[in-house]
Design a protein around this ligand. Structure first.
Ligand code: NAD
Length: 267
């Protein structure tokens, strides 16, 4: 049985209709949080995601549907969520990927990746952080990547966005470091920096490495290049770290970018 230390708290998890975001939303729900779900999908996919967050234990869960490429839509969404329930925990998780050499990278992909993976976090954080500081407790968890710590070729906008979100997180961690107290839990801003995690996002990259073999062959090829543990993380593994960062005793963990990468960035 999980402790319900997030009872009475409200979390917004962007991109929580799939993958890592959905696992984080479910993990928060299991610890008692109300959850604002955000992300794209068919009405059926969105309803299934919200229902699975309720089933995981959330006292309330609702979908707030801003397209994160649109700053005005994010501002309206943040106002709608604040009217529902002030945000105590903000997870900027939504992200997209497109792999191509820089000379072949479509400009539209650059614009979308920077908007979703980086700029949306600026828009949500500037709306949510002042209220967190007033209440003396707040957590921002930004899902960066190993690609916010080291580069790989053919990922110019993705790596730029992830290095950017690590920098943005450090700045805001400093600006809010003294908010709240040890008892109230303070306001912290951190990144989690995963290596390969088993979600739909990486399927095209697995597919590209099959070379006529099975999906397992594609996975092996991907892992053997950079992730020494030779195993992918599960979305739930990332969820467990996000939960821990929300605990009171994590009050002095701020401005970090925590790798969960099987040794990738130790090399
Ligand atoms: P995913 O494709 O399963 O989920 C992405 C989520 O983002 C979905 O809910 C989707 O609807 C949402 N989204 C995409 N565009 C959006 C938009 N315009 N507006 C609103 N929501 C939008 O991917 P995932 O693997 O779960 O990725 C989640 C995060 O984790 C991303 O930031 C990604 O960069 C990061 N990450 C993933 C891996 C991995 O190996 N899967 C590794 C490191 C970091």
């Amino acid at each position: 049985m999980n402790d319900r230390f997030l009872e009475g708290r409200t979390a917004l998890v962007t991109g929580s209709t799939s993958g890592i975001g959905l696992a984080i939303a479910r993990a928060f729900a299991a610890h008692g949080a109300r959850v604002a779900v955000n992300g794209l999908g068919t009405p059926g996919q969105i309803e299934a995601a919200v229902q699975s967050v309720r089933d995981a234990g959330a006292p309330d869960a609702r979908h707030f549907g801003a397209d994160l490429r649109d700053a005005d839509a994010i501002e309206a969404m943040m106002a709608d969520i604040a009217a529902w329930s002030p945000i105590d925990v903000l997870v900027n998780n939504a992200g997209i990927q497109h792999a191509a050499p820089i000379a072949d990278m479509p400009v539209a992909k650059w614009n979308d990746i920077i908007a979703i993976n980086l700029s949306s976090a600026f828009h949500t954080m500037r709306a949510a952080l002042p209220g967190m500081a007033e209440r003396g407790y707040g957590r921002v968890v930004n899902i960066a990547s190993v690609h916010g710590l080291v580069a790989s070729k053919e990922k110019a906008p993705y790596v730029a966005s992830k290095f950017g979100i690590v920098g943005l997180s450090k700045v805001t961690a400093l600006e809010y470091a003294a908010a709240g107290s040890r008892d109230s839990g303070g306001v912290t801003v951190n990144c989690i920096s995963p290596g390969w995690v088993e979600t739909p996002l990486i399927e095209p990259q697995i597919e590209a490495r099959r070379n006529g073999g099975s999906r397992d062959d594609g996975v092996k090829s991907l892992l053997s290049e950079k992730q020494p543990s030779l195993r992918m993380s599960l979305p739930e593994d990332i969820g467990a770290m996000a939960v821990w960062l929300c605990r009171r005793e994590a009050h002095n963990v701020t401005g970090t970018a925590m790798p969960i990468d099987g040794g990738w960035t130790a090399q």
